[in-house]
Design a protein around this ligand. Structure first.
Ligand SMILES: Cc1ncc(COP(=O)(O)O)c(C=O)c1O
Length: 386
């Protein structure tokens, strides 16, 4: 399926700005710098709306709680998925009201649950009887979605390994909440992040429909189906287009839930924001070590490239004058004193000059969100364009 989809319309990683514009921005704001294209973000939001008809978007702030991204999406009418007090505050700062938020953490600290409830959030997720008990003790009048685990066959990050009730346990977890007087209003799942085959959703929807029908038979008044995130982005490998990927997901929703008058929601993180952002990073040093050229950048594994470690993402490095310079094997390292801070060992690059800029596309998701100021080096700032 993936090869068929890619054969018709592959989507390649692209920068959101030229090298000339990058030089202007870097001279004004410094580097490393994350450049957010609002128009790219808006385009992605509306493409997802168009090709997932009837599905409301709850942008997963964990992918990138950057103010430019949150504000831009709110202005388009997006809702937001938060998983902590900190994300809720970031969303509030961007203008989202608590009614526009869904809290999706299946295992909350008491502080997380209580503080988000006190701020006004009323939709939460749970996946087991003890979490239901916690919710019943602290915030009994909330609306709940049961998070279910689903088979993950083509995603890079399995999000059913840690959370989600198994199909066989779902009914007992639903009944546990009911016996505590809680209102379960729907079901959510996540096929895993960077899902590469949209038929994974179809398979999950089939399983969920079985549980949904069993719940209805037991008197549950379910009204919300949350299909989670998982929508892919291109990195060093192409990804399917939004049109084609979401088209298959929409067909799956229609096939398995098309007969029900329910509210459909999705929680895209990566698929919504990854392509909106390009990193500008600068070559700050070079050397030759055991016969191999090494280039040192002002951003690395502890910074915006943290997604390489935590998210298994392999970002393409774009240099100026592609196609015109002679290339060779090299090592590209980050700016910290740690030897493991290596960004790439297998990308061919020209003889880079100190001070030269490198652009890294698709740096919107799981990059700055997991960056740290290790070695006292500040994380990249962000600016918005268009
Ligand atoms: C509950 C939940 N929803 C949504 C997302 C966003 O997923 P993605 O970035 O794959 O769209 C995640 C990612 O971890 C998640 O845990």
């Amino acid at each position: 399926m993936l090869t068929e989809i890619l054969a018709t319309s592959p989507r390649a990683a692209q920068t959101v700005l030229s090298f000339d514009r990058a030089r202007e921005l870097a001279s004004c704001h410094g580097s490393p710098l994350l450049v957010v294209s609002k128009s790219k973000l808006i385009d992605t939001y509306w493409k997802m709306r168009e090709f997932l008809p009837g599905v409301e978007m709850y942008y997963a702030a964990k992918a990138n709680p950057d103010l430019h991204i949150l504000t831009t999406l709110r202005e388009q009418g997006s809702f937001v998925d938060v998983c902590s007090f900190g994300e809720m505050e970031a969303a509030q700062f961007a203008g989202f009201s608590p009614e526009q938020m869904l809290h999706t953490h299946p295992c909350k600290t008491e502080f997380n649950l209580r503080s988000c409830y006190d701020a006004g959030i009323r939709w939460f997720v749970y996946d087991n009887a003890l979490e239901a008990q916690k919710i019943a003790n602290l915030t009994p009048d909330v609306n709940l979605l049961l998070r279910m685990a689903v088979s993950v066959s083509s995603s890079v990050v399995n999000l059913s390994a840690k959370f989600g009730a198994a199909v066989d346990d779902a009914l007992s977890v639903l009944l546990a909440a009911k016996s505590l007087g809680l209102k379960v209003r729907g079901i959510s799942f996540h096929v895993g992040s960077q899902c590469l085959n949209p038929t994974d959703y179809t398979a999950a929807l089939k399983e969920i429909r079985w549980v949904w029908d069993a719940a209805v038979k037991h008197g549950f008044d379910l009204e919300v189906l949350d299909i989670g995130g998982g929508f892919p982005a291109p990195y060093r490998h192409d990804a399917p287009t939004i049109e084609e990927f979401c088209g298959v997901v929409a067909a799956g929703i229609n096939e398995h839930f098309g007969d029900l008058p329910i509210r459909l929601i999705a929680e895209p993180g990566r698929g919504m924001c990854a392509e909106s952002t390009t990193l500008i990073t600068k070559v700050i040093g070079k050397s030759r070590r055991w016969g191999m050229p090494w280039y040192f950048l002002d951003d690395g594994l502890y910074g915006s490239f943290s997604g390489k470690l935590f998210d298994h993402t392999d970002f393409p490095l774009i240099y100026e004058g592609m196609g015109t310079r002679e290339l060779s094997s090299c090592v590209v390292a980050g700016p910290t004193c740690d030897s493991s801070d290596v960004v790439s060992t297998d990308q061919l690059l020209p003889d880079l000059e100190i001070g030269e800029l490198i652009l890294v596309p698709c740096m919107g998701a799981y990059t700055s969100a997991s960056a740290s100021p290790f070695n006292g080096l500040p994380v990249a700032r962000s600016v918005a364009i268009d």
